[in-house]
Ligand binder design. Structure first.
Ligand code: PMV
Length: 313
């Protein structure tokens, strides 16, 4: 029997991370050249109910029954079975692979969850609606860090640019002039859970100062959406620079992120900021199309371990 497969893209946050956890809007876009993939194959000779999980990139090759409750892949499978009210399913092997770097702010956790839920529900003959898929993926996001805004699972489930406000339904927008985005990896692994916890601590110590910055970030996002819809990418860059400065004040930048964003601007980027949880991981630059290659080379020279180029249309 052929495998049932499904995929899900990576994602990158253009503006608004962290403040989005506190109710401000954020903009995120899918990164379709990076993908997580899940393949489910029936094992007709294995005892009914046996589920083998094979996820080499996270070092897992085990029976579902032996995996702990808080292991995100195992939790996603159990959540799906509970949702479908199934106690026992036909024996199968689930293989998970992904080209999305982990712990880099590119949504690898959410993408793997979405691909897995999609493939397994299809294998079981009960394909999920995008709404249900998104709701279940959000539950698993909570295992990665306790208070996720839901932006990762939403942009990845729908694979479309989103203007996201926590708890509100999906809102997308049009891009008048294509945006050339250059993403650069600092090579420093980053824990979103730690960054989110650090911001929470800062907010508890200085609620007024942090809320003021969250609100300013939210206002930048509203303005950015207007510029994207009106086709004014040059001005969008300034908003990204300001967003980076505010994220630094929230304590989620790093020397490498500061250096690389500065190098990108110096090389001609319209704007540059950290993206995602921060304290490492990736930065995102908005670049003039003719300078994309040159800025990428500058960033690699300045210490970035890899770059990705994508066009938001
Ligand atoms: O590190 P990432 O790409 O998963 O992004 C997290 C974005 C935050 O705003 C920091 C957290 C969240 O849940 O929205």
């Amino acid at each position: 029997m052929p495998a049932i497969t499904a995929t899900a893209p990576g994602k990158i946050i253009l503006l608004g991370e962290h403040a989005v956890v506190y109710g401000q809007p954020a903009i995120a876009v899918p990164l379709t050249q990076l993908r997580a993939r899940a393949a489910v194959t029936a094992d007709p000779r294995a005892p009914s109910g046996q589920v083998l999980l094979d996820a080499p990139s996270v070092g897992i090759s085990a029976e579902l029954a032996s995996l702990p409750a808080d292991q995100p892949l195992a939790a996603a499978i159990r959540l799906l079975l509970a949702h479908l009210r199934l106690n026992r399913i036909p024996a199968c092997t689930i293989r998970i692979t992904s080209t999305i770097p982990v712990s880099a702010g590119l949504g690898s956790g959410a993408a793997v969850t979405v691909a897995l839920l999609r493939a397994l529900s299809t294998f079981l003959g009960q394909k999920l609606t995008p709404e249900t898929l998104n709701t279940l993926a959000y539950e698993i996001e909570k295992l990665h860090h306790g208070t996720p805004s839901g932006i990762d699972n939403t942009v990845i489930t729908y694979a479309t640019p989103v203007y996201f406000v926590r708890g509100q339904s999906l809102e997308t927008f049009t891009v008048k002039t294509p945006l050339h985005l250059l993403i650069a990896d600092t090579g420093a692994p980053a824990s979103t859970a730690k960054a989110v916890a650090d911001v929470r601590q800062g907010w508890q110590a200085d609620p007024e100062g942090f809320e003021q910055r969250f609100a300013e970030i939210g206002a930048l996002v509203v303005q950015a959406r207007r510029l994207i819809e009106n086709g004014q990418p040059g001005q969008l860059g300034e908003l990204m620079d300001r967003n980076h400065a505010l994220l630094r004040e929230l304590g989620v930048s790093s020397p490498a992120l500061d250096q690389l964003t500065a190098a990108a601007r110096l090389a001609g980027a319209w704007g540059a900021k950290l993206s995602g949880g921060g304290q490492g991981g990736n930065l995102i630059c908005l670049v003039p199309p003719d300078l994309q290659e040159a800025i990428s080379a500058t960033l690699l020279q300045a210490g970035a371990v890899r770059t990705y180029q994508t066009i938001l249309k």
